[in-house]
Design a protein. Structure first.
Length: 572
């Protein structure tokens, strides 16, 4: 055990530096560290950084105010000691960043290292079925990969501390081993592989970036580009935080690579980012009050937990799906196969008034159904109105994470199929009941969609690049998904949370305040090479109309009559 240096009571700069080095060596399990060395390059992580902070806080006077952010910001132990010593009057003063978004903060951000070439701190991990399929698609793309990201954009008003946010970003990467996963693609043999690595082996140059822009309009354009900018799968951390500063506010874009993060995991990341930010401001618990996570990989346990039930789930679908229609593909009016690849995404936005959302929730409650089932029924009726399909097929995600993994970040999500027959001679209530049963059955028997295709359609071309899927996701939020301390955070309406090519992606975001529904934002993402903007706008209106019909739930009229009397004009 190292002891404190002699003469510490004088609190001169040399003594503080010696104390920092000795305590750091103890925490890192090393005999000695040099003043010019970096804590994290020597094997440090957020847990060890916290131990170092607690040791220094105990050994130094209270006015030293040693902070976790100091460890992250220091390039070496000499700089860390100088930061501490300046508060004790024993060294050169280091300017503190302001609490408002300003140039001084931008200049004071730490420089992040690129990946080192050493081989220590690496461990191979298996790939899940979904990851293997996705990596094979990337390998087959011939350099034209499609962005599969989970991303949210926020406008931030108020006093934003950039250094605290940067330190929180680094702590998040240290905390979640999945964000430190690197992938190697083998395009010749398909023998793709993955490793979990220490931060010193990662390129962190894009982990946290700040840019100053002339206006909020330019910031929104930059945010759109950021959401689909590809990660380097073999070198980078799998999360990025971009701060765009304009004259009125800050635009904050948080993006994660879908290979290691599904939608539910992304919610965990945002919540923890806010907690770590608050802790770095000195107004919260150390490490944001977050419990330490064990180093484990979901793919290592996926087989043990999921595969025993796989055959039972496949049997369920074998008895319910025509093998020629195993995938719930829906070709809406005007859709065509793309002539080029990759395709270009476009978006259409709409709104459901709060009173429609409230009425839909009440209607679903009377049928002992969930609001999600109500939207499944509305989307199925929209397909029926658009194409005449009485057996519309939809896909939606379910996290499926087992007990004990609630705080983990990984790709847990599997696909839920919603496929049921609409009897047009019956009422809207009957459609809602069928949707409810389909949702319950789909969740109970969820499997990765490519796996279902492989087992039920043996002769189907598995390499077909485009499939007309209809993908539905519904999010309900009682509060801001990113509650940063001391600032006002708002989510823009135009927000592509999941950059996914699926024929048509429908995302419905429901905000609630004080238990009351607000207007719901409805977003379509479609492919310009597949569908026209006019068709997307027309189908959006059809869906809004059908949601209102399900909410109204007229009991004295059948679905066929409703569609004849209220069917919107189809734009070709």
């Amino acid at each position: 055990m190292h002891t404190e240096p002699q003469g510490l009571g004088a609190l001169d700069a040399a003594s503080v530096e010696e104390l920092v080095r000795l305590q750091a060596a103890d925490v890192l399990g090393l005999r000695r560290v040099e003043a010019s060395e970096n804590f994290f390059n020597l094997g440090g992580d957020s847990v060890r950084a916290g131990r170092l902070v607690m040791r220094l806080a105990k050994a130094l006077p209270r006015e030293a105010e040693v902070d976790l952010q100091d460890v992250f910001a220091a390039g070496d132990f000499r700089e860390l000691a100088r930061q501490v010593s300046s508060r004790l009057g024993g060294g050169e003063s280091i300017a503190e960043p302001g609490v408002t978004v300003a140039h001084s903060q931008e200049d004071d951000l730490l420089t992040t290292p690129t990946a080192s070439s050493g081989q220590g701190g690496r461990r191979p991990v298996p790939l899940s079925y979904g990851q293997l399929r996705r990596l094979q698609r990337d390998a087959d793309s011939g350099g034209s990969r499609i962005a599969h990201h989970v991303s949210r954009t926020f406008r931030v008003h108020g006093r934003l501390d950039l250094k605290a946010l940067q330190a929180a970003a680094h702590a998040l990467v240290e905390r979640h081993e999945s964000l430190r996963t690197v992938f190697d693609l083998d395009s010749r043999r398909g023998a793709h592989s993955a490793q979990r690595v220490d931060s010193c082996h990662l390129d962190l140059s894009r982990l946290f970036t700040v840019r100053r822009l002339p206006s909020s309009a330019v910031a929104q354009e930059e945010a759109t580009v950021e959401r689909v900018a590809l990660f380097n799968l073999s070198t980078e951390a799998k999360i990025r935080i971009l701060v765009l500063l304009d004259d009125t506010a800050a635009t904050l874009v948080v993006t994660a690579e879908h290979l290691v993060c599904d939608g539910d995991s992304f919610t965990v990341l945002l919540r923890e980012l806010a907690a770590l930010y608050k802790a770095n401001l000195g107004t919260g618990q150390p490490f944001g009050g977050l419990a330490a996570l064990p180093p484990r990989c979901w793919a290592e346990e996926e087989g043990t937990l999921h595969l025993p039930a796989l055959e039972r789930r496949l049997d369920h679908w074998r008895t319910r799906l025509d093998p020629l229609e195993a995938l719930p593909e829906v070709r809406l009016t005007g859709m065509r196969d793309p002539a080029v690849w990759p395709t270009t995404a476009a978006q259409v936005h709409g709104r459901l008034p709060a009173y429609v959302v409230r009425r839909l929730r009440e209607t679903c409650a009377t049928r002992s159904s969930t609001l999600f089932s109500g939207f499944v029924a509305a989307l199925a009726m929209a397909v029926l109105a658009d194409t005449g399909h009485t057996v519309p097929g939809l896909v939606s995600p379910t996290s499926g994470r087992p007990p004990g993994w609630e705080d983990e970040v990984d790709w847990f999500a599997t696909s839920v199929i919603h496929r049921f027959r609409i009897n047009t001679q019956l009422s809207v209530s009957d459609v809602l009941d069928s949707a409810k049963q389909s949702v319950a059955s789909g969740i109970a028997n969820a499997v990765p969609l490519p796996l279902l295709l492989e087992h039920l359609q043996f002769n189907r071309d598995l390499e077909q690049r485009w499939r007309p899927w209809l993908y539905l996701a519904v999010d309900s939020e009682e509060e801001s998904p990113l509650p940063l301390h001391g600032v006002e955070v708002e989510s823009p309406v135009a927000d592509a949370r999941l950059a996914l090519r699926a024929g048509l992606t429908v995302r419905i975001e429901i905000r609630r305040e004080a238990g009351q529904d607000l207007d719901a934002a409805v977003q379509f993402q479609y492919e310009q090479e597949v569908w026209s903007a006019a068709r997307a706008e027309a189908f959006m209106q059809t869906l809004l109309d059908m949601a209102a019909l399900v909410a109204e739930n007229p009991s004295d009229i059948d679905v066929a009559t409703l569609l004849r009397t209220r069917r919107p004009q189809v734009v070709q």
